[in-house]
Design a protein around this ligand. Structure first.
Ligand code: TYM
Length: 332
């Protein structure tokens, strides 16, 4: 039997899961579970590049695991684990740091944005973060990395690092492909629709969380910023707010932009915003309810992440041994 291709991705538990992370990433993970051998993790090690409250980080990591399962990632079919439980991530990251250039890291958009946002804490981890992300991916010899648009640059750097390493030592790493969805790859803030929706958004109305209660979701969509025209038309440059809402509605209902324009022709923005809110409420409801149910069973969640880490580590270790040998470390 031909071996299944491998798919891998992670999310930082640095905030609650956003609608952006769901539509840009997680939703596309669950769809492919039968086709691929899948690995999904909580990227807690990435999270400490920005200062965290320890108890919150722990709680969000476990909640994120419950939400992964609630979003349809069956732990029997997908390997779900916590990054810091698999020490090979840090071990390979060190090696890859030595094959990643200062200039490359300096060009990363996320580094530039985060160092502007956290000017008081521009630590070395924030700078070398993409080498850890490359390690996350290359350890598993992943073929596909399903992410939103904003992670494309990191995925491309991962490919460059892998090619550089392979160029010196032979075929050690599989060269991974990013998998970016056609609709949902870049969900924008509801209050500033020219900015990406982000868990670090300071405006509480801009960011929608996957586990928000229905009344909170309804309120956020009702307040979404639109424009002074009165037509529901897809035009991201001139109508970023409406286009973003159309993107979200399209993801939630499966309808394309032409159908949405037709559905709301001649109707006010109020009706449209309510419809988007309702569609998101219905999309999120079963996920929130299932997450709550799973969170009540901590022993089960613990068994999932323990088994996940065991399986992940056995694969990660194979790659790490190979890398150590190639670079000339004496085998123990
Ligand atoms: P993170 O935690 O910022 O985001 C998690 C995933 O959600 C996607 N995403 C979005 N998609 C569409 N619209 C948005 N507004 C939006 N916001 C976030 C992201 O593209 C991402 O897919 N470095 C990564 C985490 C990571 C990782 C990895 C990913 C660590 N190691 C290895 C893949 C493979 C990050 O910070 O994503």
């Amino acid at each position: 039997m031909e071996e299944k291709k491998r798919m891998l991705s992670g999310i930082q538990p640095s905030g609650e899961l956003t609608l952006g992370s769901y539509l840009g990433a997680i939703r596309n993970w669950a769809e492919r579970a039968d086709e691929f051998d899948c690995y999904y993790f909580m990227a807690d090690m990435h999270t400490i590049t920005v200062r965290q409250t320890p108890a919150d980080l722990r709680r969000r990591t476990i909640t994120q695991l419950a939400a992964y399962i609630a979003c349809g990632l069956d732990p029997e079919k997908n390997t779900l684990f916590i990054q810091s439980h698999v020490p090979q991530h840090a071990q390979l990251a060190w090696v890859l740091n030595c094959y990643t250039m200062f200039g490359e890291l300096s060009r990363m958009t996320q580094f530039k944005a985060k160092s502007a946002q956290h000017a008081e804490n521009i630590n070395a981890g924030l700078f070398t973060y993409p080498a850890l992300m490359a390690a996350d991916i290359l350890l598993y010899q992943a073929d596909m990395v399903p992410v939103g648009e904003d992670q494309k640059q990191h995925c491309e750097l991962t490919r460059d690092i892998a090619e550089r390493f392979n160029g010196i030592y032979g075929d050690v790493f599989k060269i991974p492909e990013p998998y970016i969805p056609k609709v949902g790859a870049r969900i924008m803030s509801l209050s500033t629709p020219t900015n990406k929706m982000s868990k670090s958004d300071t405006d509480p109305n801009g960011c929608v969380y996957l586990l928000d209660k229905p009344e909170v979701l309804a309120r956020k969509f009702k307040r979404a910023v639109t424009d002074s025209e009165m037509s529901v038309r897809f035009d991201p440059v001139n109508k970023p707010g409406i286009s973003n809402l159309m993107q979200i509605y399209s993801c939630a209902t499966g309808r394309d932009y032409a159908a949405i324009e037709q559905e709301f022709a001649g109707q006010g923005y109020g009706t449209f915003k309510t419809a988007v809110g309702d569609a998101v409420i219905e999309m999120c409801r079963p996920i929130r309810e299932e997450t709550d149910r799973l969170l009540a069973d901590k022993a089960y969640l613990q068994s999932v992440y323990t088994n996940g880490a065991d399986k992940a580590a056995s694969i990660a270790n194979k790659t790490l041994r190979k890398v150590y040998k190639k670079v000339g470390f004496v085998q123990r």
